[in-house]
Design a protein around this ligand. Sequence first.
Ligand SMILES: [Fe+2]
Ligand SMILES: [Fe+2]
Length: 279
Amino acid sequence: MNSRTIAAKLGSKLNIPSLPEVVQRLNTMIDRGDARMSEVGSVLALDPPFAAKALRVANSAYYALQVPVSSIEHAASILGMRSLKSMAMQALVLDLFRNLEAIPGFQPRRVWNRAVVASRLAVDLPRNRLGGISSEEVQLCGLLHDIGEFVMFDHFGETYVRLREQVEATGDDLVTVERDELGTSHTEVGRLVAMRWSLPKSVVRVAEHHHDLDGVAAKDPLVAHVAYCDAILDALSCGRITDPDRSWLPDGPRKLLDYRPSELDPVLRRARELWAAPH
Ligand SMILES: [Fe+2]
Ligand SMILES: [Fe+2]
């Protein structure tokens, strides 16, 4: 039985949350391309707690708006419809994430911070090697690349917290340890979640392959781009970001994308600021 079949079997047992109706309707409306802000406002009004979360995201340090946003219409007019979609997805992830806070040893800020900073880095890194993908889609790829981890934390609880700590201490390959000890990995589960939510194929690909550094991430520029963001996050969390030789960058994505120091330096500077700021 290959790992995809195991993941599919396990997938039926995992509690993969369904996409809330309000997010489904919002996505369809925005994808149609002719949505009016009043329409978006009335869809969100059907789910006030969700609308409140979306506003909290709009007012977070992440968007760093000059003027506080008090209504969804206002947010859409400032950020644009497509950012509103990313914002709704971010509110959804925040929602999933709240369920995990009770797990003993779980470090909520760390996991959430990584998702938010990855989504920002994905937009900040040069995108001219990615073949015309929109900044919103790249942002979504960054935000959701580890969505499988959220489901793993939810399903395996403290066992997964301990496994993550062990991997961090030993430097072993996360996906290999997950497969050996739990029979599946956050990348396989991430693929299932992205498909269940009918997310763009790009998100499914990134969720499944972002750790495949010598394989897909060495050939597919978008996957390499997100693997690059992940490497930056790892270097930030272990304090190696300022290493002058940048040996923490994985070879495959680095060679494929070939970002120049002049492109990378400002992104790394901003990444350090973002990492330190609360989200
Ligand atoms: Fe990952
Ligand atoms: Fe990651």
